[in-house]
Design a protein around this ligand. Structure first.
Ligand code: PHE
Length: 448
């Protein structure tokens, strides 16, 4: 028996025979990983936002969207398998947890106009509701899917939408290629980056240019889109490799990594032609992004028939796992400080795996014996001897000299954690007692 209503992010929704979102999934809607500034996904989001400074940036749109937004507005057929309850988390028949950031395309293009029910389509965090000609949306998306090290029912995407007026395209299409190269050369960190890309595009017969677009318009959009995506991916991967080699300067001659990219024909109801973008990174072709020329119906619906555009949808987890060396997608959802504590805003660094078992910190404070030559490593040895592999780390957390007696005081924090089993508090307390006793006996300290 299912509940009569569901609460999602403070709003109550009536349930029906379509409702299939379990509590564990609902609990994820409030985690807000993209706003934890030291979280790898938030760091990656910021990196991408920075790559597109002239685009509007959205990262606070609610994951609860209408079935219309997620599917109908994008031209999904009524019998498209994506709509099925086996693939999608429904709140009720007309409301669901977005399965992709494309759900916001029409709403953000048309902000200020009305949807099929006459409801004002307004972006939550755009007060003035401007119509957006270029924007990025970073958000959590939800899909019922298999379980393995790289799949999780909640993940994150970055949508990019870029439109041009047909007039602008007509005027610039012919010089576009040359102009763009010149324009770019001054802006990117490594002027040769674009040249490193190996484009093995294959446009298949089943991937047509839309009737609403001239060959010139389509060619302009495809070229512009690929260039923008190349630049973004190469820039981010170059940063990552520099971080891994800690060479500091990825642009130094002879130090320029190669990132071949290939574009595989794909199908999406809302773009044509469409591709999956894959990048060769450390020997593997990674599928990281779907993209294509936006279906003109969407722009017409948004009251922009005079504009044409491209769109991409980037999966953030895949890229973040690579950049930060995170092996298991579940770690992104860990609230263990040993995960979050390893990252900081604006920085790409490699994650150091930690035990899956909980750790336990114990402090010990003491006066140093007067007149002796005390070395920190004496403590390290003593703890290692006493606790064996149960000790994960020992860190000085406080140190001072008494102004009157001249005696030195130290406080060390000992982190206990087993690599292969859960340890009881009693066991740890016993070890800590022994450590304290031996410090007095062997190092002559006075415990405080
Ligand atoms: N929304 C698509 C997906 O999740 C990706 C995509 C976005 C494709 C934009 C084309 C254009 O798979």
């Amino acid at each position: 028996t299912s509940p009569k209503s569901l609460d999602v992010l403070g709003t109550t929704y009536a349930t029906d025979s379509w409702t299939n979102t379990p509590p564990a999934i609902l609990a994820k809607t409030g985690r807000d990983l993209l706003h934890q500034t030291s979280h790898p996904l938030a760091i990656l989001k910021e990196l991408i936002f920075k790559e597109f400074p002239t685009f509007a940036h959205y990262d606070s749109l609610s994951p609860v969207v209408s079935t219309y937004q997620n599917f109908d507005s994008l031209g999904f057929a009524q019998d498209h398998p994506g709509r099925s309850k086996t693939d999608t988390y429904y709140v009720n028949q007309s409301t669901l947890l977005r399965t992709h950031t494309s759900a916001h395309q029409l709403q953000l293009l048309a902000a200020g106009s009305r949807d099929e029910n006459g409801i004002l389509m307004q972006a939550k965090n755009s007060a003035a509701a401007p119509r957006n000609e270029r924007f990025l949306v970073a958000a959590d998306v939800y899909r019922r899917d298999e379980i393995d090290a790289s799949h999780y029912p909640v993940f994150h995407q970055m949508e990019g939408v870029c439109t041009f007026s047909r007039e602008e395209v007509r005027d610039t299409a012919r010089q576009a290629t040359a102009a763009k190269r010149q324009d770019k050369a001054g802006k990117v960190d490594c002027p040769d980056q674009a040249a490193q890309m190996i484009d093995t595009t294959v446009v298949g017969d089943g991937n047509p240019i839309q009737a609403a677009h001239s060959a010139e318009e389509a060619a302009f959009l495809v070229d512009n889109m690929k260039q923008a995506m190349n630049d973004m991916v190469v820039h981010i991967l170059t940063k990552a490799v520099a971080a891994q080699q800690s060479s500091g300067d990825a642009c130094a001659p002879g130090n320029q990594p190669q990132f071949p990219v290939r574009w595989i024909d794909a199908y999406f109801p809302f773009t044509s032609p469409s591709w999956e973008m894959e990048v060769l990174f450390q020997g593997e072709w990674l599928e990281i992004c779907g993209c294509g020329v936006m279906k003109q119906e969407i722009l017409n619906q948004a009251d922009m028939p005079d504009r044409i555009g491209w769109a991409f949808g980037f999966g953030l987890e895949r890229l973040a796992m690579l950049l930060f060396g995170v092996q298991d997608i579940r770690l992104f959802w860990s609230s263990d400080p040993r995960f979050a504590g390893q990252f900081s805003p604006g920085r790409i660094n490699s994650f150091r795996p930690f035990s899956r078992h909980p750790s336990c910190a114990k402090d010990v404070s003491f006066w140093l014996p007067s007149g002796s030559t005390f070395h920190e490593n004496d403590i390290m040895d003593l703890v290692r001897e006493t606790a064996g592999d149960l000790v994960e780390g020992v860190k000085l957390i406080d140190s001072f000299t008494h102004p009157k007696t001249g005696k030195g005081s130290r406080c060390y924090r000992i982190n206990y954690c087993s690599m292969d089993r859960n340890v009881t508090n009693e066991e740890i307390n016993g070890v800590q007692e022994l450590v304290r006793k031996r410090m007095v006996e062997q190092l002559g300290v006075t415990l405080r």
